[in-house]
Structure formats: C-alpha cells, structure tokens
Write a protein that binds this ligand. Structure first.
Ligand SMILES: Cc1cc2nc3c(=O)[nH]c(=O)nc-3n(C[C@H](O)[C@H](O)[C@H](O)COP(=O)(O)OP(=O)(O)OC[C@H]3O[C@@H](n4cnc5c(N)ncnc54)[C@H](O)[C@@H]3O)c2cc1C
Length: 412
C-alpha cells in the first residue's frame, strides 16, 4: 500500500492541469491513468479531425500555445503531443496502466485500488473526463445485422467504411463534421437530428469563439443558468476547425450539399429506422438561440466600442420535408455511425456519490465525501470548465483545496 497526500485519477488536460498546480504548491501526489497521456486524442479521433477551438485557446496553467498560427486549428494528434510535452515539462508524476477500480473511504483517508497497486490518500481528485464513455441509444440493438454499426470514436476515414450510404445519428459538432466529410466522399448521407446548436464559424470579422470568450459567454456561472441540468447537457455547437479558409457547417449548408436531414432516431425494426417529427421545430429553435447569442455579441461590441465588421447573419432556413421511416437496406445505407454523445462511468466511486442519472453528485466539484473532488466536468463552475482554455481555473481551486485539507488532516 502506497501512502500519499493526493491521488488524481485521469491524466487528460484536467488531471495534468491539476498536477501542475499541486506541484506548484509543493504538494505530494500521483496521477493515475489507465492509458498514456494523449491517448484519447490520438486513438479516439478520426484522421482529419482538428480542435474546434482556435490555437490561441490552448491555454493551461503554465502552458500556452506559442506557435506561428494562433488563429488556426491544430489536429487532435498535434494536441495529444502538446499534452505529452505539458506532462513532461510539468514533471507530472504519472502512473500509466493504472485503471482505478475502487475508491473506499477509511477513517479520514481514501483507499484507491488499481491492478498495479493500492494507494491510501487524503484526497482523490476525479479527472476522468466528461466525454468518458460513448452513449449509444438502446435502440441500436434493433438494427438489421447486415448494417455495420460503429461509434464516432471508432471512425477513422471514409475508406475504412463499407461502400454505400451512411446514417449518422446525432448532429452536434461530431455528427455534423462526419456528415460533411462522408458527403464529400460522394456517399448518400442521412443525418438524424436531435437538439443542436447552430453558430457561424466567424461573425463580424472574428472567430465565434473569440466573441464567446470576450463577451463573457464562456464565463456564465452554473448557478446563473435558468436550468442547470439542461446547461450540463448543452450539445457542442456545430463547428469545424478545418485548416485553410474558416467555414461554417450547419444543417442548411449540409442540406444544400445533399445531406438528407431527418428527426431524432427512435429505433429500428430490422431493415427500417424510425425518426421523430420534430426536425422543423428543432431547426427553428436552434435559429432562435443562434440569433439571441449573436444579439448578445452585437450588444457587447457596441458597449465595448469595438470597430467590428458589419453584422451578416446566417439566413433563416426552412426545414426540408423529412420521412419518419426509412428502409435502410432498400436505401443502400450500409453503415450507422453513433455520434450520440457521451456518458460518465463512475462505477469505481462510492455509490452514495452517484445520482439516479449516473452523474456525480457535487457542487462546483466538491462531493459529499471529504477529500473527494472533481475537475473537468461540463459546467462544473462555468461554461468554460471543460474546455482546454477553462479547466485551469478549476484545477487551481481543486489543488488549493486538496493542499489545505492535507495540511488540516495532518495537523489533526
Ligand atoms: C470529440 C471531442 C472534441 C473536443 N474538442 C474540443 C476542442 O476543440 N476544444 C476544447 O476546449 N474542448 C474540446 N473537447 C472537450 C474537452 O476538452 C475534451 O473532452 C477533453 O478531453 C477533456 O479533458 P479531460 O482531462 O477532462 O478528460 P479526458 O481527456 O477524457 O481524460 C480523462 C482521462 O481519465 C482516464 N480515466 C478514465 N477513467 C479512469 C479510471 N477509472 N482509472 C484511471 N484512469 C481513468 C482516461 O483514460 C483519460 O486519459 C472535445 C471533446 C470531444 C469528445
């Protein structure tokens, strides 16, 4: 049994930022991960994938992007190597191949079990990621066995898929980008659309993320959101960070290039897939929210006296007529890609920390078990919390909290 002040579980950006801050405080800790640093960015992404946030937003405690293209978008593989450099430069004490199987409170300490050893710690900081495990609807099991089915994390490039059409389930950032790439490959693409966020890539002469950063959108606090649970479930905006000319991908532009839009996937009975009837309603809601967001940016630009380019709003769109049933086999759809989001696996934590939806019970990252905290959750404190350019502030708070608790329990 190893005895230590703090165990950080997860060596992604959240765990590494926390480790950087613990090291700054001279605090004894270890970072446990079942994989190696950057593996999720290297092995769960497609070949052409880039970050959605511009390079200047790659900011972590003690690290910022210093390359020649601050307004460009690095590939996810490049970001994996940035993380590896960050871990090396920070001297993060990482133990790889250490999947945490159990955390059990014992007196005022926490026992952390992995196949490669057990740690007794005063603090456990959960940094296992919001996008931990793919969430695939149960109805996926009802697809015809001749249809190849994969989750978006398994997709690499068009040539790795069987020939023929593709049904993509989910039209957030990932589903929209895959529809774009596979349509360019000349395939028939059907895109099943649930709740989504439409935004132009650029607005009034700047990247949309710049306005979100400057106008305070990313700093909205969870307690100020009208529906905090809904806020944590906000879909990722339909954006692409491709190299070259910045471009917008949204449902109108995809439909204009021949992507067939349908409603939310409800299930399949063998050959046929069923979709709901709410495509038009969702598209007009996404437009409404987009215009409200752009109104806020206009207000900010005016108040701050910024000489920005004239506002050119994306045009309103009529939803196409969409079938609610599609004979997939008859339509030549040979593949279904689930771009249906993620869930968290907390099966290794004490059950009292987990709510009925399987989410961690916490307030701003602090749980009901002394010493157990979290970093990197969606909207943990603010909308920025699980962005590369946001986790650092939460990591500093978590590190300072762990340091203070270690000092207090050691003195007791
Ligand atoms: C497709 C995609 C694109 C994104 N693009 C951007 C972007 O462009 N810009 C941006 O700011 N954000 C982006 N995000 C959001 C966010 O930045 C990423 O999800 C990021 O990976 C979160 O970092 P993290 O450290 O919280 O979690 P992760 O990177 O997921 O790291 C968690 C680590 O915990 C480990 N782990 C999990 N369970 C255990 C266990 N039981 N024991 C030991 N180790 C464990 C995992 O192996 C993993 O290494 C994107 C997210 C996704 C899914």
């Amino acid at each position: 049994m190893h005895t230590i002040d703090t165990v950080v579980v997860g060596a992604g950006q959240a765990g590494l930022a926390t480790s950087h801050e613990l090291t700054r405080l001279g605090h004894e800790h270890v970072v446990l991960d079942r994989l190696a640093v950057g593996d999720r960015w290297l092995h769960r992404r497609w070949d052409t994938q880039t970050l959605l946030t511009p390079n200047w937003m790659t900011r972590l405690p003690g690290h910022r992007y210093e390359g020649a293209d601050p307004d460009g978008f690095m590939t996810t593989a490049e970001f994996a190597f940035e993380l590896r450099k960050y871990a090396l430069r920070s001297g993060a004490p990482i133990v790889g191949g250490a999947a945490v199987e159990r955390v059990v409170p014992r007196d005022d300490r926490l026992e952390v079990t992995t196949p490669s050893g057990t740690w007794s710690a005063r603090n456990v900081i959960v940094a296992t990621g919001w996008c931990d495990v793919h969430a695939v609807p149960a109805a996926a099991a009802t697809l015809h066995p001749s249809i190849h089915s994969l989750v978006s994390d398994e997709y690499r490039n068009p040539s790795a898929l069987p020939e023929g059409g593709v049904l993509i389930v989910g039209a957030s950032a990932t589903g929209a980008q895959l529809a774009d790439e596979l349509r360019r490959d000349g395939r028939r693409i059907v895109l099943a659309v649930g709740g989504h966020v439409r935004l132009p890539r650029r607005y009034r002469g700047a990247d949309i993320m710049e306005w979100m950063d400057r106008a305070g959108t990313l700093d909205r606090r969870i307690e100020d959101m009208p529906d905090p649970v809904a806020a944590t479930r906000e879909p990722a905006a339909q954006l692409v960070g491709a190299s070259g000319e910045p471009r917008t991908i949204d449902l109108p532009s995809l439909a204009g290039r021949g992507v067939e839009l349908v409603g939310r996937f409800l299930g399949a009975d063998g050959r046929s897939a069923h979709f709901d009837e709410r495509l038009a309603e969702r598209m007009s809601r996404a437009d409404l929210i987009m215009h409200r967001t752009l109104d806020r940016f206009d207000g900010y630009i005016e108040r701050a006296g910024i000489h920005a380019a004239e506002p050119h709003r994306p045009p309103p769109v009529a939803a196409p007529a969409a079938p609610t049933t599609l004979d997939l086999v008859g339509a030549g759809i040979r593949t279904v890609i689930w771009a249906s989001g993620y869930r968290r696996d907390y099966s290794w934590l004490p059950p009292l920390l987990i709510d009925a939806r399987g989410e961690l019970r916490h307030h701003r990252g602090v749980t009901g078990i002394p010493g157990v905290t979290a970093v990197g959750l969606r909207f943990q404190r603010t909308r920025r919390s699980n962005f590369i350019d946001g986790v650092g502030a939460d990591a500093t708070i978590a590190a300072e909290r762990a340091h203070a608790r270690a000092a207090a329990t050691a003195a007791a």
